[in-house]
Design a protein around this ligand. Sequence first.
Ligand code: NAD
Length: 483
Amino acid sequence: MRESVNPVPGYPELHMIIDGEKIPVAHRRTHSVVNPATGAALGALPLADAADLDRALEAAQRGFRLWRDAPAAERAAVLLGAARLLRERQEGIARIATLEEGKTLTESRIEVTMNVTLFEFYAGECHRLYGRQLVRPAGMRSTVTCEPVGPVAAFAPWNFPIGNPGRKLGAPIAAGCSVIMKAAEEAPASALAVLQCLLDSGLPKEVGQAVFGVPDEVSRHLLASPIIRKLSFTGSTVVGKHLMKLAAEDCKRTTMELGGHGAVLVFDDADLEAVLKAMVASKHRNAGQVCVSPTRFIVQEGVYERFLQGFTERAAQLRVGDGLAEGVQMGPMANPRRPDAMERLIGAAVSAGAKLHTGGRRLGSQGYFYAPTVLSEIPMSAAIMNEEPFGPVALINPFRTEAEMIAEANRLPYGLAAFSWTNDASRQKRLAREVETGMLCINTTVLSTGDAPFGGVKWSGHGSENGPEGVMSCMVVKAVHEG
Ligand code: NAD
């Protein structure tokens, strides 16, 4: 009997999926996938070469011609079937995501559920892709229709190893496009599990494919091809700008979900206990490696001391450990680059005069753990106040007036998610108008739902995923005029 190459229970052998074929490691360059809680290898991932990518492109072109003509009911049935399979396979997929990315098992289970609700919502949208007929004199007719844009190249990062691939695959498939997904090499099995649910529920093999590789090689190759008509990317602003330039060479459509620096405005009239409960949990979700993570806490003077003390006490008590372990509230960071970044950013802030209240250090002797950290009175010039920290650090500064607080929220070129806590109804209306952001939460943290557009403004990107807007982002409009 052949010995298993992957001794980790529940972790599968890795492959790419090109034109329906599972491409194994044999004769290819590989990337070693690592468990961030232990640093131990999970498996070897095959990396695409140019011939693999050309094969995927050719299949995607066939897939588009096939899928663009598939009836809405057929596209919806695939999405609904995949949602059912995701539910059935939830425990196995969640375990894989925690092994690869580190987040707690509870968070991974929620990610599966997010995909289920998104696929169900998109299935409904397949039936609602209406056009319109314009008013014209007798004998003439003008219609506006929506058509799928064409084959999509989609790049998903590692921080939501299940949810990001769900978004990258779901929208093109609902719209009638084919898609080549390159998910993060750090979390490939989670992405493959999502695609497999779609293929097992009847998605034609040419319509959804998964490649992995050296990111720059893959994106340059795919974006240079005229077959690809749209780029969808989630990741850092710097990489996003680079990919937009590549896409511009061929005037490809783009949806860009880039970085953030989440502002949190806490006003004197807020219910402080409710704010602390919600914000401490939200801050430490996925060890802060979330693009909509609350980061810059802009706190009004009247509640500042109590907020700082309450936040510090709660953050210091969080149970940090392996995401698979019972009772753990925060897992490790996903890769060694993140604790390095924490050390650099937090160290520089403290040197510049910021006060450290808890954390500020790595934890344990294995894996990539970093302690929940609270800084206050951070100089505005510190890098951490201007650069997305993407980690378990809360930056808490005092402010006097509403106008100053809104100015601070809008100070940076980022505008993804912002949070505000106030019970003053007229202030809520002003905030809704004045805060420059793609998503604003007032007295809540719930912003990522299947039916609501998710996306940013300014350097946080453009275009939306989720909601009707997510499907429309994979469509182009055509006006037909008949005389
Ligand atoms: P990174 O910018 O190198 O990579 C981010 C993602 O983009 C990864 O999934 C990576 O595989 C991919 N990528 C990188 N270069 C690429 C290229 N040339 N072509 C195609 N894909 C490419 O950084 P990182 O160290 O992985 O993450 C660090 C930063 O990325 C964070 O600080 C955060 O700002 C950002 N990030 C944002 C999100 C998000 O949800 N918006 C997710 C992950 C990372």
